[in-house]
Design a binder for this molecule. Structure first.
Ligand SMILES: Cc1cc2nc3c(=O)[nH]c(=O)nc-3n(C[C@H](O)[C@H](O)[C@H](O)COP(=O)(O)OP(=O)(O)OC[C@H]3O[C@@H](n4cnc5c(N)ncnc54)[C@H](O)[C@@H]3O)c2cc1C
Length: 372
């Protein structure tokens, strides 16, 4: 019998497993797929704790807290497993995609600068200077968020996986959890291979988390939002700061003169692959503001499905004694994973819900469906 079975080997499941193993618990992580397939491996890697928020909330607080973990975490993972997760102090520029969005950018800038005096507006000249002349646009508001940095999400997820291997966390791949049954001493997780037992179970199945739980309301509250991404190479482009536009298109400078262009948002779409329409939209929107990107060589494209909940409020709760669900981190799962790993491990070991998770309860039976 395991102490804890975690269903889902994305950043959420693995971060929790890593913290639980540090507390000497006997942990198993199940995934129905092989590593590399899902959102955690596909993300842009932005640590956008400020970029993603326009007003104060407990989630903003958690995001800011989690953001502070990455510098040290990158060093620890390097020492532990020899993978460089490429923590880069690039900062981020929020840019209005069109003049109608200027008010939004300015209001967000006002909110962010209340909490962080480093956040500042960039006029046309300052924007041009800051991007080494790559962005020269008239009449569009821009804000510099100098400490919204980034990592390589794919390498981060691989590093977590390698860390679990080293820590002897038991991993079950190509093993689908099909049902969770409560017993007098804990839970049985029935899989397509065999049945496994544990005292506590965490469902961290990303966009599929609600499928396993016999709760119709939860199923209506969690869905997937597919995102498509392009990776291009351009040794001549001088852009060093991430640029995030109000239409959701972003350009993240990566190592080796590479630039990640993301991301589309296709709700309830669980398909794999990048459409021609998606590729064209990403490339055209990025080049409209950064014309130097036009000469890039497209290296790769990929997609992933983000776990989305109504109100973009993650669900992190114990839905029955010893049965937890952790999902809905949407565009911020990479960013939030270190702090969620710590808090969940604390909860499971101490038996006391951390105050920081109070606002992410699942409201049982609530019929607030995911809808526009
Ligand atoms: C294109 C794109 C760009 C993104 N950019 C960023 C970014 O810049 N910054 C950021 O912070 N976040 C970003 N995200 C969001 C982030 O990737 C997600 O929030 C995060 O990866 C979710 O992690 P997870 O562990 O919950 O889910 P996942 O990574 O989806 O993992 C869930 C796992 O559960 C498994 N599973 C599901 N059901 C079962 C079952 N019944 N049995 C066994 N296994 C099961 C799946 O196979 C999967 O491996 C992006 C996402 C996408 C798609």
């Amino acid at each position: 019998m395991y102490d804890v079975i975690i269903i889902g080997s994305g950043v959420m499941g693995m971060s929790i497993a890593r913290e639980l193993s540090a507390k000497q618990l006997n942990v198993a992580v199940l995934d129905r797929d092989v590593p590399g397939k899902h959102a955690s491996y596909k993300a842009g890697g932005m640590l956008g704790a400020q970029n993603e928020f326009t007003y104060y909330s407990p989630l903003y607080e958690l995001a800011r807290e989690s953001q502070t973990r990455f510098e040290e975490l990158s060093e620890r993972l390097w020492e532990e497993v020899g993978i460089d997760i490429e923590f880069k102090q690039t900062g981020l520029i929020k840019l209005a995609a069109q003049s109608e969005d200027n008010d939004f950018v300015e209001a967000q800038s006002q909110f962010l600068s209340k909490y962080n005096p480093l956040v500042r507006d960039l006029n046309r000249e300052a924007l041009k200077r800051h991007t080494h002349g790559e962005i020269d646009v008239a009449g569009l508001a821009a804000t510099l968020i100098p400490d919204d940095h980034q990592i390589n999400a794919n390498k981060y997820t691989k590093a977590l996986l390698k860390s679990l291997n080293k820590r002897n966390v038991h991993r079950w791949y190509q093993t689908e959890a099909q049902a969770i049954e409560r017993t007098s001493s804990g839970y049985v997780v029935h899989t397509d291979r065999e049945s496994l037992t544990a005292e506590q179970v965490i469902v961290a199945g990303g966009a599929w988390s609600a499928d396993l739980l016999e709760d119709e309301a939860l199923k209506r509250q969690v869905t997937g939002v597919k995102g498509e991404v392009l990776l291009v190479e351009n040794p001549d482009l001088q852009l060093e700061t991430t640029v995030f536009m109000t239409n959701g298109c972003y350009v993240v400078p990566k190592n080796k003169s590479r630039f990640l262009i993301g991301a589309t948002s296709l709700r309830d779409d669980y398909s794999v692959g990048v459409s021609e329409a998606g590729k064209n939209w990403l490339f055209d929107e990025a080049c409209a503001k950064i014309p130097g990107l036009r000469n890039s060589k497209v290296l790769k494209h990929w997609s992933g499905v983000r776990p989305y909940t109504r109100g973009e409020q993650p669900i992190m709760d114990e839905i029955e004694e010893g049965l937890f669900v952790i999902t809905g981190h949407y565009r911020n799962g990479i960013l939030l994973s270190p702090v969620i790993g710590e808090l969940m491990a604390e909860w499971l070991v101490d038996g006391q819900k951390p105050v920081a998770l109070n606002d992410f309860a699942y409201v049982r039976g609530e019929l607030n469906e995911v809808c526009d």
